[in-house]
Design a protein around this ligand. Structure first.
Ligand code: SAM
Length: 204
């Protein structure tokens, strides 16, 4: 949806105030498992996932305001108590996340940054994996889905190089027998175009 003016966007974000976590709040999880999605986009995945799992707390991180507002509006409609949003770059947000406090990280259709010079921006680059290693609990895991085969192949190497063990690796998720998949907006678009979806789980 196109924003009419910047102030209109600000108003819409302000209307979702209750869903925004300005800085990481350790009391939010309150002893319940904590799952984070980095780059939630328009938020279908995290909203549907949070609806199905009221006993898990979710934080959705997204750096683009025009996009996160759509995700927050979806969550507001669903009146979810277990989902909060953090606006900004995950690298900065992560500085306030305590060690070993996160049970699962979702990376869905992360930007591929195909040029070698931008490899460090990939959310599965070693620099990010070091952050995930610090904030994940010992039995924590990362669930990663993408349509981008180059990014997937890169990740198949970067996770093990950084001490992660891979499981549930598939190059065609929708024909893999995997049950309970929740489609993201990007996933729907790419799978409708016939692009196979890759998925893996990485554990420490
Ligand atoms: C290609 S989109 C996919 C959106 C959604 N996950 C989906 O599958 O429909 C990637 C999203 O990740 C966000 N993103 C990328 N890097 C990020 C970072 N370091 N911190 C926060 N958000 C990020 C982008 O702004 C973008 O909205």
């Amino acid at each position: 949806m196109r924003m009419r003016t910047r102030s209109h966007l600000d108003e819409r974000i302000a209307a979702c105030e209750k869903l925004i976590m300005e800085s990481f709040d350790t009391s939010f999880s309150g002893g319940m498992p904590l799952h984070i999605e980095i780059g939630c986009g328009k938020g279908r995945f995290i909203t549907e996932t949070a609806k199905l799992n009221p006993d898990i707390k979710y934080i959705a991180v997204e750096k683009v305001s025009n996009v996160i507002v759509l995700a927050m509006e979806k969550a507001a409609k669903a009146e979810l108590e277990n989902l909060k949003f953090m606006r900004g770059n995950f690298q900065i947000i992560a500085e306030d996340i305590p060690d070993k406090s996160v049970d699962r990280i979702y990376l869905n259709f992360s930007d591929p940054w195909p040029k070698k010079g931008y490899a460090k921006r990939r959310l599965t680059h070693g620099g990010f994996l070091e952050i995930y290693k610090r904030i994940l609990k010992d039995d924590g895991e990362i669930c990663f889905k993408t349509d981008n085969r180059e990014l997937f192949d890169f990740s198949l190497e970067s996770f093990p190089e950084n001490g992660f063990t891979l499981s549930e690796v598939t190059f065609d998720l929708h024909n893999s027998g995997f049950e309970g998949n929740i489609m993201t907006e990007y996933e729907e678009r790419f799978s409708q175009m016939g692009t196979p979806i890759c998925r893996l789980v990485a554990k420490l």
